[in-house]
Ligand binder design. Structure first.
Ligand SMILES: *Cc1c(COP(=O)(O)O)cnc(C)c1O
Length: 404
């Protein structure tokens, strides 16, 4: 059913829900899934898994890729391979989804959260450097006595920067700091497949990168993730650990703790179809972002995150900041609630991890940048399957709020 684009008719519509970001299938997903059924490859592993991994490698030039059950699982495996043990420091961007940090705790590690900078909203290289120094010289151990840490300090085991909302983090600065201390970098590119810096794709900047194919991401396998690296040993080891760390023997022989994290051949079939439309999906998300930006252009107090020189964002979610002092008191909640009334989903920006009850007792390095982003930012519906009538409905609500 086509809906009228006439904003005057908005009041009378019983409107279908507009989601923040919902799955958007292409044309060949079913073909690959059918092939799996026809050949009875209804299992973890199989030709679609291999094909999907090849697609990821070919698209991103990441070197090697292992398809897994989730992005969270990919981070868990990365930290395990790097050798994170109970009591080890792992530095993590605070402004992110909890899945970036949860696996640190699965292994008993101590997350050290780091603030963002304003140009990308991602990990601040300066705050990172300060955090590492505070880990090494024992400042963190003495400032957080409840953690019962060794007062001599210790070198962090890993650094997890995030390319949030598709915007690449300042990876060359972050890598430079990491290299100075010889700390491995795990790039959480869960939201940033298709984003790049200077033509190099996100996920490929660290020692290990991870992607997510959860239902709300830029492409989906219904649920899934990938671990990628230019080092073959990491990807081989990830595949091994993800299949219960089964040794090469006729019986089941295990020397290490394993996981059940391998992607199924059915999900990978969806992924193969989705990889064919990834570029289209990125283009559409960027179009939606530009439409919002145009809409808000003349409204004072609303700002969008620009791409720094050479940075390319997949604009996974369209986000903006609002300054209630400049909008006559209109804040992110005014907008969120007005949209919700019309059955339109929007969401505040990620609440930083250092402010989350579950992580509050862990160390934090930085100021109030991520906190301010959380307080003043909103994500608007951004799905690549949104129609222009959906955008009309959204701008209709916004027009009313801003009497525009
Ligand atoms: C989605 C997401 C993850 C986790 O991915 P799943 O596949 O949902 O486990 C990790 N980090 C970030 C930043 C995410 O947005």
């Amino acid at each position: 059913m086509k809906k009228s684009a006439n904003p005057l008719s908005l009041e009378t519509q019983t409107d279908k829900k507009i989601w923040l970001s919902s799955p958007h299938m292409g044309t060949d997903e079913r073909k690959y899934v059918d092939q799996a059924f026809e050949s009875n490859w209804v299992a973890p592993l199989g030709p679609n898994v291999n094909g999907f991994e090849e697609d990821i490698v070919n698209f991103t030039s990441c070197g090697y890729a292992a398809a897994l059950t989730s992005g969270t699982g990919a981070i868990h495996l990365a930290l395990d391979m790097i050798g994170v043990n109970p009591g080890d420091f792992v530095i993590c961007q605070s402004f992110t989804f909890s899945a970036s940090a949860n696996p640190i705790r699965y292994l008993g590690g101590i997350p050290v959260f780091v603030d963002s900078e304003e140009e990308t909203w991602n990990m601040c290289p300066k705050a990172l450097s300060n955090a590492i120094k505070a880990c090494i010289d024992g400042t963190i151990a003495s400032n957080y006595p409840a953690l019962g840490l060794d007062k001599h300090g210790q070198l962090p085991k890993a650094i997890i920067p995030v390319d949030l909302y598709g915007m690449p983090a300042k990876m060359s600065e972050i890598n430079a700091v990491a290299k100075e201390y010889g700390i491995p970098v795990i790039e959480d590119a869960a939201e940033a497949l298709g984003s790049s810096i200077g033509g190099q794709y996100c996920g490929t900047f660290g020692d290990i990168g991870i992607f997510s194919f959860n239902g709300n991401k830029i492409i989906t396998t219904s649920g899934g993730g990938a671990l990628v690296s230019k080092h073959r040993k990491f990807v081989d080891k990830a595949r091994f650990l993800a299949t219960q760390a089964r040794e090469d023997a006729p019986h089941y022989e295990h020397r290490e703790l394993g996981y059940n994290y391998r992607m199924s051949n059915i999900c990978a079939g969806i992924g193969r179809g989705q990889m064919q439309v990834l570029e289209e999906r990125v283009n559409r998300r960027r179009e939606i972002f530009d439409a919002y930006k145009d809409f808000f252009m003349s409204i004072e107090g609303v700002t969008f995150l620009e791409e720094p020189e050479g940075f390319f964002s997949n604009r996974w979610l369209s986000t903006f900041l609002i300054d209630p002092k400049k909008t006559g008191g209109i804040n992110r909640e005014t907008i969120r609630l007005s949209l919700a009334e019309k059955n339109i989903e929007s969401r505040p920006l990620w609440k930083p991890m250092h402010l989350q009850p579950v992580f509050q007792s862990f160390p934090y390095a930085g100021g109030n940048i991520s906190k301010t982003l959380f307080e003043n930012g909103l994500c608007l519906p951004s799905g690549s399957n949104m129609e222009s009538t959906d955008l009309d409905r959204i701008s209709g609500v916004l027009k009313k709020i801003f009497k525009h």
